[in-house]
Write a protein that binds this ligand. Structure first.
Ligand SMILES: C[S@@+](CC[C@H](N)C(=O)[O-])C[C@H]1O[C@@H](n2cnc3c(N)ncnc32)[C@H](O)[C@@H]1O
Length: 283
């Protein structure tokens, strides 16, 4: 096994296979999804979703900046791409607006449906944001917590074009992207080992080598997790691929999709953790 691991770790990273389908953490695998749900709901860290107090502050910010005053009682249609277990849903709907959450994690969507569904007001759909139909006439389409960066440039463009079509005139796009320097810094940091009785990748005792790579030509981080559960087992490798976009490139992407009025917001709660919030408008 250890010889194989040395070979795996020493094999060159091929840019040709960067976005080959096995490029991301298996959020949509049912057993992985059940394990990541625990992390979404944990108040001990902010790995998959923020803590409740930050989510509450962000919901307030979205109401104040994107949904108008709730006192006007104008119902809005909100589409949340990669909604996870629905932690923003009820707060955004606020008994006035219609919220639809879309995510491909089965355990997250099941949790959201059980905890937060209000028929006709808060609904959740299991589906892949690259392929799913986004519907029409939304007032707000959002994708937060840096998720846009984990899609290939081609799929980023596809998601943004679909978001544009799904918005009504005057509708708002809200994208929270990861900063270029933070992605690059993490990709250039040292590899590390960890061991645990159970974790995100397996329920069994294991050790995990986290290998970081920066592909400068593609401005992309490739993080590989080599997980070994037993001396007789081959290591199983999971990948997490993250495209670093400069602010100018992001604004270019939004413009290419048809958006105008692009604005970076520095007052987004929890803005200092390597993430940047942009809004843009469909005229
Ligand atoms: C970092 S989590 C953020 C969840 C939620 N927005 C929040 O802030 O609590 C990213 C979410 O995106 C979802 N996701 C990733 N790729 C997706 C895809 N291709 N289609 C739908 N959902 C996806 C994951 O399942 C996960 O729930």
């Amino acid at each position: 096994m250890s010889n194989n691991l040395v070979k795996i770790v020493n094999s060159p990273v091929s840019s040709a296979s960067l976005w080959n389908g096995a490029h991301k953490i298996p959020w949509n695998d049912p057993t992985f999804s059940a394990r990541i749900l625990r992390e979404h709901l944990s108040q001990d860290h902010q790995l998959a979703s923020r803590k409740t107090e930050v989510i509450t502050a962000q919901i307030k910010w979205i109401h104040e900046n994107c949904l108008g005053s709730t006192s006007t009682n104008t119902p809005m249609n909100i589409l949340d791409l990669g909604c996870g277990p629905g932690l923003y849903s009820r707060g955004l709907a606020a008994d006035i607006h219609k919220y639809t959450g879309l995510d491909f994690g089965p355990a997250s969507i099941k949790h959201a449906q059980q905890e937060y569904t209000i028929k006709g007001q808060c609904e959740f759909v299991l589906g892949d944001v690259v392929e799913a139909d986004f519907g029409i006439n939304h007032d707000l389409v959002m994708m937060i917590y840096g998720e846009l960066n984990v899609f290939s440039p081609q799929n980023c463009r596809k998601i943004l074009a679909k978001a544009y079509s799904a918005l009504g005139p005057g509708g708002t796009l809200l994208i929270e992207a990861q900063s270029f320097d933070v992605i690059k810094g993490m990709a250039e940091s040292a590899n590390s080992w960890s061991s645990a009785e159970a974790g995100l990748f397996t329920e069994f005792p294991h050790i995990c080598l986290t290998e970081n790579n920066w592909l400068a030509d593609e401005s992309t981080s490739l993080q590989q997790f080599h997980v070994i559960t037993d001396d007789d087992n081959e290591p199983v490798t999971y990948r997490s691929t993250t495209k670093a976009w400069t602010e100018d490139e992001l604004e270019g992407l939004f413009g290419e999709a048809g958006f105008s009025g692009i604005h970076k917001h520095t007052d987004w709660p929890n803005a200092n953790d390597g993430l940047m919030l942009f809004s843009a408008t469909k005229e």
